[in-house]
Design a binder for this molecule. Structure first.
Ligand SMILES: Nc1nc2c(ncn2[C@@H]2O[C@H](COP(=O)(O)OP(=O)(O)OP(=O)(O)O)[C@@H](O)[C@H]2O)c(=O)[nH]1
Ligand SMILES: [Mg+2]
Length: 443
């Protein structure tokens, strides 16, 4: 089964709760607090595996959850960390937000890892809350919930060289002749239903050992693909990352020039960038057609369909004629494109250095009163802020010591000051992370 798009829900593990406990030992009447911390929740991690070529394994489930951290225990024992959940995906997997409007990350290297949903922090045990004024803290932090999000995974296979053309022109025959891939070959159209990747080892053609590249064979395209004819545009995304395309022409078919133009039009309709990619043209099956006939097609092609600079090769995917020269030309273009993109990413890296970033600390303590609602005689102040929300989420607001702790932080972070400017009054409500905290005048 081949699958190149799927939507899944990812849930990282919740942090374990901190424990409230007091040392109990014979002859010691009042021991100190000894509640251990909760363990951190497991992350959900996406990791590329070069042996996987499809998202079908991932697609078999719709919801993935990493392990929760264990709760803390007495005698200062911390809870165990939740294990990360590692999902293996093919190289070339793009992770989008669920409506496919924003790319979250793009996994294009072998063994690349990305934490997509972070596990929640473990809550601190009550031993941390002992102070000179409170030697019996009956409060421990709750574990933080794990991040939760839905994403759309899209696979764009990463080949260097992409083969395009009508069905039955010999794309699969070519890829099986020059690479380790063994796709099905047959005399009927649409033999290939899913994209295939193969590695071309140029040593076989007299090249050097470091010269190898990935070749991609995609299902045939026909006129009207943009309107969904044949297999439509479904697989064209897989050649959008190729550095060079080889458009294969079948001289046994009538109207090869017209066919060529139609396919080029379909590529352009799918994505303008495809039409701008370096292109090589191959007239295949020269073993089955007279040299004169081939000559005629080539001349017409150059007159009517391609710019002068486009290279045309006459090949036979069956006998191997002309393949070596064509592969070396492809390799030359791939190397040139690699150099270009290396330069581009260097320039990009240079640029990002100059971008000013907020120091983590600033980001953490930032907050904002986003809304003031009215409820009966009281007012509700809705506040947003990353660190504040985390703190409140991890604090049991049923526990008076918890409320006290939140007030302590509200004061420290300047929230109370900001609320006073808004003329907050006793009995008004502060709402953070969907929790309601009664305002206690802290004069
Ligand atoms: N004589 C000759 N026949 C070829 C050559 N290349 C391919 N063929 C034949 O053409 C037919 C189609 O070949 P495939 O490689 O399956 O074609 P394809 O482009 O992958 O076709 P789809 O997967 O349907 O898009 C088969 O019968 C091949 O044996 C060639 O160089 N010479
Ligand atoms: Mg095929």
């Amino acid at each position: 089964m081949f699958c190149d798009e799927t939507k899944i829900q990812l849930i990282a593990g919740k942090g374990g709760d901190g424990s409230v406990s007091f040392l109990r030992a014979k002859y010691i009447s009042k021991g100190g607090p000894d509640g251990g911390d909760g363990g951190k929740g497991g992350n959900v991690v996406l990791k590329t595996n070069e042996n996987i070529n499809t998202l079908s394994n991932i697609n078999s489930k719709k919801r993935y959850k990493a392990d929760d951290g264990e709760n803390g225990r007495k005698k200062n024992m911390s809870g165990k960390m939740g294990e990360d959940l590692v999902l293996e995906v093919p190289i070339g997997t793009v992770i989008w937000n669920i409506d496919k409007t924003k790319i979250l990350t793009d996994l294009s290297h072998p063994n690349q890892e990305h934490i997509i949903a972070k596990g929640g922090k473990g809550g601190l045990g009550n031993q941390h809350f002992a102070s000179s004024t409170n030697q019996v803290p009956r409060f421990a932090e709750d574990g933080e919930p794990g991040e939760e999000l839905s994403v759309l995974l899209e696979l764009k296979l990463v080949g260097d060289l992409g083969l395009v053309g009508l069905p039955s022109v010999g794309k699969s025959t070519l890829i099986s002749h020059v690479s380790n891939a063994r796709p099905k070959i047959a005399a009927y159209e649409f033999t290939t239903l899913i994209p295939n990747l193969g590695v071309v080892d140029m040593r076989r053609f007299g090249g050097s050992p470091e010269d190898s590249f990935v070749i991609a064979d995609i299902p045939g395209i026909i006129e009207g693909a943009s309107e969904g004819k044949g297999l439509g545009h479904k697989f064209l995304r897989h050649i959008s990352r190729n550095k060079v395309l080889i458009h294969i022409i079948d001289p046994l078919r009538p109207n090869p020039i017209e066919n060529f133009k139609n396919i080029q039009y379909e590529l352009e309709t799918f994505d303008k960038e495809l039409a701008k990619k370096p292109l090589i043209v191959a007239i295949n099956k020269v073993d089955a057609v007279s040299a004169k006939e081939i000559e005629k097609i080539e001349t017409k092609l150059k007159e009517k369909a391609i710019p002068k600079s486009t290279k045309v090769f006459k090949i036979s995917a069956v006998s191997g004629e002309g393949l070596k020269e064509m592969l070396f030309e492809a390799l030359k273009v791939i190397k040139k494109e690699n150099k270009k993109s290396a330069k581009l990413s260097q320039e990009k890296a240079g640029q990002t250095k100059e971008i000013q970033v907020l120091r983590p600390h600033e980001k953490l303590v930032k907050f904002k009163i986003i809304r003031i609602k009215k409820r009966k005689t009281r007012r509700v102040f809705v506040i947003k802020g990353e660190r504040l929300e985390q703190l409140v989420t991890m604090t049991n607001t049923e526990n008076p010591e918890g409320i006290k702790r939140i007030h302590h932080f509200l004061n420290k972070m300047g929230v109370i000051k900001a609320l006073k400017r808004e003329k907050i009054e006793f009995d008004d409500i502060i709402e953070i992370a969907d929790k309601q905290i009664p305002y206690q005048d802290s004069k």
